[in-house]
Design a protein around this ligand. Structure first.
Ligand SMILES: O=C(O)CCC(=O)c1ccccc1C(=O)O
Ligand SMILES: [Mg+2]
Length: 369
C-alpha cells in the first residue's frame, strides 16, 4: 500500500465526569486523529493518545503534532509498504515519541487491513470473537461515591474493576470496597504515587487479594519495583515503566512485575504491542490491554489487539458510554454480559462519524505526502 495524503484533526471531547488519579484530573480530552488516504482510495484511522500536558509521559498534543507533521509523516512518503511492521521499523530511526508514532502506524494498520479486506483483529492475528470488559474508576472525593460508582459498573456487567489509589486514599478505600464486594475481581493503579519508603504501608494491601497493583513506583525504576515485588504478595503490574518488548523482558528478568499492561500508544504502536504480546505468551506472563481515555477510534484498535490469544486478563476496555456522551464511531462500543464483541468488518470495523469529528475539531492539517 502507498500512503498518499494525511489529515490530522486535533479534537476536544468533554468527559461525562472528570477522571482523577494520583497525578491529575482530566475533564476535557484533547486527542489527535489521523486520517490516512492510500493510493488505492482507502482511508485508515489512527489516534494519538497523548494528553494536553505531560503528566502521564513526556509527550503532549503539541509535541505529537510537531513530530507527526515535521518528522514522522515525511518518513511515510514515497514508499510502497508490504506490511505495517515496516513502518514501525522505519520509525525506529526516531527516538521516543511513541504516541505520535503509534497514531500514524495505527492508521497504516487500519488502511492495510481494509486494503486486504480483512478485520484489523484478523490482520493482527486475533482469535477471540469477544473480549471481557474491565473498567477503571477514578479517585473520588468520598469512599461512598466510589462505592456507588463501582456498584453501577458492576450492574453494567464489567468483569473487573480497577480503582485509582494514592497516598491518603489507598488502604482504607480498598478495605471499604472489599467489604462491600468480597468476590469482585479488583485491582488498584497508583500511577507512580509511591516510593520504597512506603513498602510497609503497601504491604497492608496484601490481605485484600487484589488481582494486581499497577505502577506503584516511578516510571524509570525497575530496581525498586523488584524490591517491592519481593516484599508483596500482591502481583505488581507495570504500565508507565514498559515502553517496549525489551523493557518488558528486563522487568520480567529482574522480577519487577508479575503482570504486564500494554497500550499501543505507550509502546509506539500495534507492531510493538504485538511483540510484547508474543514475548509474554512464550513466558506465560499475564497480560492485558490498558486504556488512555481514548475515543472509539483508539478503542477499536485496542479491541482488535485484545483479541490476540495471550491477552489473558480483562483490559481497561469499556463501553463508549463509560466516558462519552457521544462517541466518534458507529456503532458505539457496547458491553453485553461483560463482553465486547470484536467486529469483523474490514479494518477497525467501525464507521468514523466525520461530521462529529468536524464539530469537535480545534485544529487541522491536510498534507499530500
Ligand atoms: O479506562 C481507561 O481508559 C483507562 C483509565 C486509566 O487508568 C488511565 C487513563 C489515562 C491515562 C492513564 C491511565 C492508566 O492506566 O494509568
Ligand atoms: Mg496505569
Amino acid at each position: 500500500m502507498k500512503a498518499e495524503r494525511i489529515r490530522l484533526h486535533h479534537i476536544r471531547m468533554q468527559l461525562k465526569q472528570p477522571f482523577a488519579n494520583s497525578l491529575t484530573t482530566v475533564t476535557d480530552r484533547d486527542l489527535i486523529l489521523v486520517e490516512l488516504l492510500t493510493a488505492a482510495g482507502v482511508t485508515g484511522w489512527g489516534e494519538c493518545v497523548a494528553f494536553d500536558t505531560p503528566w502521564y509521559t513526556e509527550e503532549t498534543v503539541g509535541t505529537a503534532w510537531h513530530m507527526m507533521e515535521d518528522v514522522l509523516m515525511p518518513l511515510l512518503s514515497d514508499t510502497l509498504w508490504d506490511h505495517p511492521d515496516q513502518v514501525s521499523e522505519r520509525f525506529d530511526a526516531v527516538r521516543g515519541n511513541r504516541m505520535a508514532k503509534a497514531a500514524l502506524e495505527g492508521a497504516v494498520w487500519d488502511a492495510y487491513a481494509k486494503e486486504q479486506d480483512i478485520s484489523l483483529a484478523q490482520a493482527l492475528g486475533g482469535e477471540r470473537e469477544r473480549i471481557p470488559a474491565g473498567v477503571a474508576v477514578g479517585t473520588n472525593a468520598s469512599v461512598d461515591e466510589m462505592l456507588r460508582q463501582i456498584e453501577e459498573r458492576v450492574a453494567e456487567g464489567y468483569r473487573r474493576v480497577k480503582v485509582k489509589v494514592g497516598p491518603g486514599a489507598d488502604v482504607d478505600v480498598i478495605a471499604a470496597i472489599r467489604e462491600r464486594f468480597p468476590a469482585l475481581p479488583l485491582m488498584a493503579d497508583a500511577n507512580s504515587a509511591y516510593t520504597l519508603e512506603d513498602i510497609h504501608h503497601l504491604k497492608q494491601l496484601d490481605p485484600f487479594e487484589l488481582m494486581m497493583l499497577e505502577q506503584p513506583l516511578a516510571a524509570d525504576d525497575l530496581v525498586d519495583h523488584a524490591r517491592l515485588q519481593q516484599a508483596l504478595s500482591t502481583p505488581i503490574c507495570l504500565d508507565e515503566s514498559l515502553l517496549s518488548r525489551e523493557d518488558a523482558r528486563r522487568a520480567w528478568e529482574l522480577g519487577s512485575c508479575r503482570v504486564v499492561n500494554v497500550k499501543p500508544g505507550r509502546v509506539g504502536g500495534l507492531s510493538e504491542a504485538r511483540r510484547i504480546h508474543d514475548f509474554c505468551g512464550t513466558r506465560g506472563i499475564p497480560l492485558w490491554v490498558g486504556g488512555m481515555l481514548e475515543s472509539g477510534i483508539a478503542r477499536a484498535h485496542n479491541i482488535a489487539l485484545a483479541s490476540l490469544p495471550h491477552f489473558t486478563l480483562p483490559g481497561d476496555l469499556s463501553a463508549s458510554a463509560r466516558y462519552w456522551y457521544q462517541d466518534l464511531i458507529h456503532p458505539e462500543v457496547t458491553v453485553r454480559e461483560g463482553f465486547i464483541t470484536v467486529p469483523n468488518g474490514p479494518g477497525i470495523g467501525f464507521e468514523v462519524d466525520v461530521e462529529r469529528v468536524n464539530h469537535l475539531r480545534v485544529r487541522r492539517s491536510d498534507r499530500m505526502l
